[in-house]
Design a binder for this molecule. Structure first.
Ligand code: MG
Length: 476
């Protein structure tokens, strides 16, 4: 009897040990004890070709290049729209802006006299992470509503420091025509910070007006480092959205006239310097192996600004356009020991950050609404293919183009700001982006099957689409 009991006890103990071992081997690489911190660094109007690691010959972005060497460099990463407001709404809600009214046929972005902002019933990534006890900060450009009820502190962020919209707004010089606006950028006034009467806000109070834009990037970087230091003992989400290199361009005196690329290069290199400061702060506080940092930009370069605008590299067109230069961005993920280093040519979008980071923080993705983001975890941590195969390119509230796998169909084309005029295409223009990333060679004639597939995708997208009420149209 005693021997039998010993045998049963031995078998039971063995089974328990095996079960424990199985659970241990099932752990995801990201599922370690401490919650992960998240840092999103979002540039404004930086193009696909503006970093040295993405091919720029004279802009020297040593910190971003190092981040790319240690992490993942994505070459098919997209934003949710080709201009500021809808692109930021997409990033923070994981939804196409058409669903929450943050894109419009009347106004392309919010303005200082706009009435509305991101609707309160939208769930931001900050609100998601608050559910898991994260401390959250938004530093920099907001552009999702400047009235108090729309400011970051009412959208899931514990702290806000920044300009609530673009740095060229509140311009004290009136323009009678769009040509006047272009002429202005050749003038001396653009060099004066007092020309742009933009407010700098801390939480909900204006603390400086006009904001001293000469030191803006420097101060945003310092605020970011301070936030990391102050929150080193608890999980945090830092959303650092620079106002630059959107025109007007300003840099602090340490960076002025230092880049071969001129003022635009000075500005990008100061942003890059801040990336270095942030990564150093994470290392110094022992957080580097417990933090995911991602760097990207809200939309492509503002090409009508000539030398003051950036470069989309080999991609066609820029900001405001549904050609690749408008919506494909440099994107670097960094997380030593977690992110599998290398080049990623899979497709991803800013909306996917909402889903990916929610999953990593063990917060369920909302199931009462359509979320367009997908989890990129298996690509980031295991270098497996991304589940994303589709990209929808909206301009305002109209779908202009769709990417499916390697192919992109343009149903409508139009100049970003001015000619060429809007033109509808049936059959659509078709480009193989893997072979022809510059969208030069229309291959529609040889691929009627692909066009059929993309048209079916558009049909199913439209059948499930509930358009949000336009939040951008009311002004004045
Ligand atoms: Mg922008």
């Amino acid at each position: 009897m005693k021997n039998k009991l010993v045998l049963i006890f031995t078998i039971l103990s063995f089974t328990i040990v095996c079960a424990q071992q199985q659970t241990e081997t099932k752990q995801e690489p990201q599922g370690q004890d401490k919650p992960l911190n998240f840092v999103i660094i979002f540039a404004d109007d930086l193009g696909y070709g503006d970093l040295s690691s993405y091919g720029h010959p004279t802009i020297h972005t040593q910190n971003l290049d190092q981040m790319a060497a240690e992490g993942q460099k994505w070459t098919n990463f997209y934003v949710g729209a080709s201009v500021c407001t809808p692109s930021r709404a997409a990033l923070l809600t994981g939804r196409l802006p058409i669903r929450n009214g943050m894109t419009s046929s009347v106004n392309r972005v919010l303005h200082p006299d706009s009435h509305n902002g991101l609707p309160q019933d939208e769930i931001t990534l900050a609100e998601q992470l608050k559910k898991a006890g994260y401390t959250t900060a938004s530093i920099g450009k907001w552009h999702l509503g400047h009235k108090e009820e729309y400011l970051p502190t009412n959208q899931g962020f514990d702290y806000y420091f920044g300009i609530p919209y673009s740095n060229d707004m509140d311009n004290i010089i009136p323009f009678r025509s769009s040509q006047g606006y272009i002429d202005f950028w050749k003038s001396e006034e653009k060099k004066n910070i007092n020309t742009f009467n933009v407010p700098l806000i801390r939480n909900t109070e204006i603390v400086e007006r006009p904001a001293n834009q000469n030191t803006l990037t420097k101060r945003y970087n310092e605020e970011a480092v301070q936030f990391i230091r102050q929150n080193k003992d608890k999980p945090f989400f830092l959303y650092l959205a620079h106002n630059l290199p959107h025109v007007p361009l300003f840099a602090s005196k340490d960076f002025l006239a230092t880049s071969k690329r001129g003022l635009y290069g000075d500005v990008v290199e100061e942003i890059d310097h801040g990336v270095g400061q942030i990564l150093a702060a994470l290392k110094k506080n022992g957080l580097d192996e417990n933090t995911i940092v991602v760097f990207t930009s809200d939309n492509g370069p503002w090409l009508i600004m000539n030398e003051e605008g950036g470069s989309a590299g080999l991609l066609r067109e820029g900001k405001g356009s549904t050609w690749e230069g408008g919506m494909r961005e440099p994107c670097i993920f960094w997380g030593p020991g977690r992110i599998q280093p290398g080049l990623v040519t899979q497709i991803g979008t800013t909306m996917d950050l909402f889903t990916t980071f929610s999953k990593l923080a063990n917060v369920p993705v909302p199931d009462d609404r359509k979320i367009d983001g997908i989890d990129l975890g298996q690509t980031l941590f295991e270098k497996k293919p991304s589940k994303r195969k589709e990209v929808f390119y909206y301009r305002g509230d109209e779908l202009y183009a769709v990417r499916l796998g390697a192919f992109k169909a343009h149903f409508i084309t139009e100049g970003a700001y001015g000619p060429p005029a809007r033109e509808e295409h049936d059959p659509p223009l078709l480009y193989n982006l893997e072979v022809d990333p510059s969208e030069k060679y229309n291959v529609a004639k040889s691929h009627p099957d692909i066009i059929k597939q993309i048209k079916a995708l558009v049909k199913s997208h439209n059948s499930g689409l509930v358009k949000g009420e336009d939040q951008l149209k009311d002004r004045g």
